[in-house]
Design a protein around this ligand. Structure first.
Ligand SMILES: [Zn+2]
Length: 240
């Protein structure tokens, strides 16, 4: 009886200790491009739009009087650098209210869970990338596997093509540009500086990551049609 109880307690303890570890197991792919990690001085792009990414992984900050919007985070280790870049510009990471990404891959979402915890901001994602966001990339059609490639993030809002994301006087329109991931997307909005207004497109470039013929990518039915559609129509009229 006593032995059974001890065994049962031990089993419970083992479960308590291992369950969170299993749930949060993240194996970020090895970063081979040093440019992804190399710091880059933050700068104002135009109006209230700023660059806060690394040398070769772009992250953007849109600043408003009611808080800020952060688009993309780079890899996991970039969290501290993004915080530092935002502070160097004279802003506060804690003022981040909305988190966005252009695609659910680890080199855009690696630090998203950490920054969400640090800020309490709401994550919004193209609905077609929501599952991959929630499982840290395990269900990605090409890069998925047993372990998460980035720490999973729970979205607060799912976005569809043409939806508006509003904060203070900013209105961003999401453009669904699938193919690279099922929910790759771009953001279209206007910023103003002292002289003029600028129409801005933060575009997800539709590079092809699979080396298989599209017909063999059964984990993404419709991949050929998605790429064909965005190459013909997706960016039409939206370049600077
Ligand atoms: Zn990617």
């Amino acid at each position: 009886m006593l032995k059974t109880s001890i065994t049962s307690i031990l089993c419970t303890l083992v479960l308590l200790i291992t369950a969170p570890a299993i749930a949060q197991q993240v194996r970020e792919p090895k970063v081979t491009k040093q440019e992804w990690l190399k710091p880059y001085p933050p700068f104002r792009i135009a109006g209230n739009l700023y660059y806060v990414g690394t040398y070769d992984l772009a992250c953007y900050l849109i600043v408003t009087a009611k808080g800020n919007i952060l688009i993309n985070t780079g890899v996991a280790s970039s969290a501290a650098q993004i915080k530092s870049s935002i502070e160097q510009l004279g802003f506060r990471l804690a003022d981040t209210k909305i988190l966005l990404t252009t695609q659910a891959h680890f080199d855009h979402l690696g630090a998203m869970a950490a920054i969400k915890k640090m800020t309490g901001a709401e994550m919004m994602v193209d609905e077609k990338d929501a599952d991959v966001l929630r499982d840290g990339g395990k269900s990605d059609y090409e890069m998925g596997g047993d372990a998460s490639a980035f720490e999973p993030v729970q979205p607060a809002r799912l976005l569809r093509d043409g939806d508006t994301i509003a904060l203070d006087n900013m209105k961003l329109v999401i453009l669904h540009h699938p193919g690279h991931t099922k929910g790759s997307c771009s953001y279209l909005f206007t910023v103003n500086d002292e002289q003029q207004a600028y129409k801005v497109l933060i575009a997800n470039m539709p590079s092809i990551i699979t080396e298989r013929p599209f017909a063999e990518v059964t984990s993404y039915p419709g991949i050929a049609e998605d790429y064909a559609r965005i190459h013909v129509k997706g960016y039409e009229g939206h370049f600077f």
